[in-house]
Design a protein around this ligand. Structure first.
Ligand code: GA4
Length: 307
């Protein structure tokens, strides 16, 4: 998971936690090494000088704030999120809940424009703002994935980014709104789970680009899920969001995914006789089905492990 930050310096918060901040304007061989190290050690890092236009981000955040500010009845017209659209408190389809509301959008341009009709009074503007954002973060995701491939010495530098660049890519955009806690629930900076916004889980996709309004809440955990393409060298970080702040938290996630029929298996470069493949090949659709058949916190990769 990657967090783009507009501030070109490490903040007190990230320094205290030791979360790496990576300056994408540095030379690529250095950056690719740092990305690999961050993926191995944390599965999470912050990026600065990432080149995403601030205005593109601001416009999306304004649209999101406008939507979430509407009366509940109006918002519900864009729901339920099964799996796309507006959702409130319910996550997935097996009873997981959290103190949030959200919009889930497939990144396919036709799907964005169709969905916008039930979300906004100015659907063409909404659709345009969302598409611009998707284009910008997809580009950033590709840069990061190419650097990761370079850092892993994968001969095909675009081996990862090609998967999310495909026109049939199953990538998703998620806008989350965690309303402010009421007085007696406010525990800013207390890391204990008093009010769960989004329960512990790992993202199933290849890469997540996360952007937030900097209201506290996101917590990451040390590793356990493994990233198949790297034969377990990178892991999908387990994380959760607490909703115990006096301020509302807003976040936007781009989840970069392959096309549904794409086969996933460790890259040949990541397997050897000493390091045999840990996973049977599977399609993204099979993996996604497994994820949606389980609870939020369940691990799914074990289903595809070679014993
Ligand atoms: C986690 C990452 C993305 O937000 C998401 C989520 C999806 C959903 O909210 O519908 C899932 C969750 C996420 C993983 C397990 C399943 C599916 C909820 C859930 C219980 C959109 C995704 O792709 O997987």
């Amino acid at each position: 998971m990657v967090v783009p930050s507009p501030t070109p310096r490490r903040t007190k918060k990230t320094r205290a936690l030791g979360i790496p901040t990576i300056d994408l304007s540095l030379d690529s061989s250095n950056v690719s090494r740092l990305i690999v190290r961050a993926c191995e050690e944390y599965g999470f890092f912050k990026v600065i000088n990432h080149g995403v236009d601030k205005e593109v981000v601001t416009r999306l955040e304004e649209e999101a704030a406008h939507f979430f500010g509407k009366p509940a009845m109006e918002k519900q017209q864009a729901g339920p999120a099964t799996p796309f659209g507006y959702g409130c408190k319910n996550i997935g389809c097996h009873g997981d809940t959290g103190e949030l509301e959200y919009l889930l959008l497939h990144t396919n341009p036709l799907s964005v424009s169709e969905r916008s009709k039930s979300i906004s009074n100015d659907p063409s503007k909404f659709s345009c703002v969302v598409s611009d954002y998707i284009r910008a973060v997809r580009q950033l995701a590709c840069v990061i994935l190419d650097l990761a491939a370079e850092g892993l010495w994968v001969p095909d530098k675009h081996a990862f980014s090609r998967l999310i660049q495909d026109v049939h890519s199953d990538s998703v955009l998620r806008l989350n709104h965690y309303p402010a806690a009421v007085e007696e629930e406010i525990t800013d900076w207390d890391p204990s789970p008093k009010r769960i916004g989004f329960g512990e889980h790992s993202d199933p996709q290849i890469l997540t680009i996360l952007r937030s309004n900097d209201v506290a809440g996101l917590q990451i955990r040390s590793h356990d899920g493994l990233w198949v393409l790297t034969n377990g060298r990178f892991e999908s970080v387990r994380h959760r969001v607490l909703a115990n702040s006096s301020q509302p938290r807003m976040s936007t996630m781009y989840f970069g995914a392959p096309p549904l029929d794409e086969w996933i298996s460790p890259l040949p470069h990541m397997v050897s006789q000493q390091n045999p493949s840990l996973y049977k090949p599977f399609t993204w659709s099979e993996f996604k089905k497994a994820a949606y058949s389980l609870r939020l916190r369940d691990t799914r990769l074990d289903l595809f492990r070679i014993h």
